[in-house]
Design a binder for this molecule. Sequence first.
Ligand SMILES: [Zn+2]
Length: 404
Amino acid sequence: MDLINRFLKYVSFETTSYEDAECFPSSPKVFELADYLVDELKGIGLGDAMRDEYGYVYAHLEATPGVEADPIGLMSHMDTSSAVSGANIKPRILKYEGGDIQLNPEVAIKVSDFPDLDHYLGHELIVTDGTTLLGADDKAGIAEIVTAVEYLIAHPEVKHGRICLCFNPEEETGRGTEHIDTEKFGPKYAYTLDGDRLGGLEYECFNGAGVKFKVNGINIHPGSAKNKMKNAVLIGTELVGMFPAWEAPAHTEGYEGFYHVMGFEGDESGALISMIVRDHDRAKFEERKAYVRRVVDYLNAKYGEGTVELTMSDTYYNMRELVEPHMEIVDKAMDALRSIGVEPVVKPIRGGTDGAGLTYMGIPTPNLCTGGQNFHGVLEFCSIDEMKKMVEVIVKLVTADKWL
Ligand SMILES: [Zn+2]
């Protein structure tokens, strides 16, 4: 099967993952794609392909005889965001010749919203019918990896080291490496293919923490509440107001960290506020968390001990400090991109990746582009031209040269 038919087959599986589910994977539907992939990988010659009880797919292509190189990992996620439906996707292939792309009578990808659309002039694009996401995030990555491996099997003269594949569930819920078995996966270093436009290469992400504030109020009949009522809504509002308005996601970019209030619900007697804290710089990240604690201490001093209860835990860390001692793996990715005439675009990720989790488990894992755009929405599309180039990049990446 070729790259595009492979991709179209993968997006026919509904693999939405769900934030609030406690089970893993969050929906059993992802097993259907996982099992399909195991059959497909076995079919192209990866006899050890398997799926475990959590939904992870592992497979390996042994090194060309005589080649000694560090085993290299390639990883993409099978699940799609729950922000938009991922069921009954009706992809359409078109040649982009400029202007708006009408997906249905009501929905269009407009040049006025995406002025860099001219980047795709002359490309063949795969778009949705405007009612679902496409699933290029991240089935484009899976299709590119499988196609590159199929190429290597068909071309034994192209020498490579051991290649370790992992296709995982739950990236979109931030739990993509929760049950990964690094021994079964087996590489010394890896790359996630989970990015957008051609050229993208990332090895820096946020440090992240999740914060929950529980405000305990005292409710008294408002007619006789003087000096007695502790209104949790007002205390919660005061709490939120103590975080600098200009350090919110809507006012930050690049390396600027933020506090992001995600939820606020309650009444006079109790309120729950959820927040995330993000910063690329580890020291600044720790300062932000210390500030959160000071806000809570201040309110408890003002309104009485136990008025605000705090739960705060780290969700992921910036992989940069652990990738930097192995910059050769970033250089290798840059060389692979440049070898097919693509200039790498290195940017800090304003989020986390499965690669960050993996990096902290001992497998340094930068992230590479896949050729998709507008993820997590009905305007998602991918460029067939860029996907084909990424297959070439993967082949360059894994072929043994200076790793011998
Ligand atoms: Zn993704």
